[in-house]
Ligand binder design. Structure first.
Ligand code: FES
Length: 108
């Protein structure tokens, strides 16, 4: 099976725009990719949907991966959550992320 290269765009907490290439399933989830390559200060719970440090908001595109109970509970406890909010650790690195645009939300 060949793995194609995809890309997405995100804005960091300083509103700086970044383009990132990725391969599907290169990491377990979106949080792990960003943690490994760009952002060191998030992912405190290592992807268990408990800490909320990997809060993102989708600007363009859709993610069909359902929000499970743990993610819903954690999102309900953090500030600035909107219907476009997700936890990056709960989003698989698949082709659906190709072309998506999102922003990293600051955690307090
Ligand atoms: S890494 Fe903790 S909620 Fe995503």
């Amino acid at each position: 099976m060949t793995k194609e290269n995809y890309h997405f765009t995100y804005y960091d907490e300083f509103k700086k725009k970044h383009h990132t290439d990725f391969k599907t399933n290169e990491y377990h989830n979106l949080m792990e990719l960003l943690f490994d390559k760009y952002l060191e200060e998030w992912g405190d719970c290592k992807g268990r949907a408990w800490c909320g440090t990997c809060h993102i908001q989708i600007i363009e595109g859709e993610i069909s991966e359902k929000i499970d109970t743990d993610e819903k509970n954690t999102l309900s406890k953090i500030e600035g959550v909107t219907p476009k909010s997700r936890l990056a650790c709960q989003i698989p690195l698949n082709s659906e992320l190709n072309g998506i645009v999102f922003k990293i939300m600051e955690t307090s």
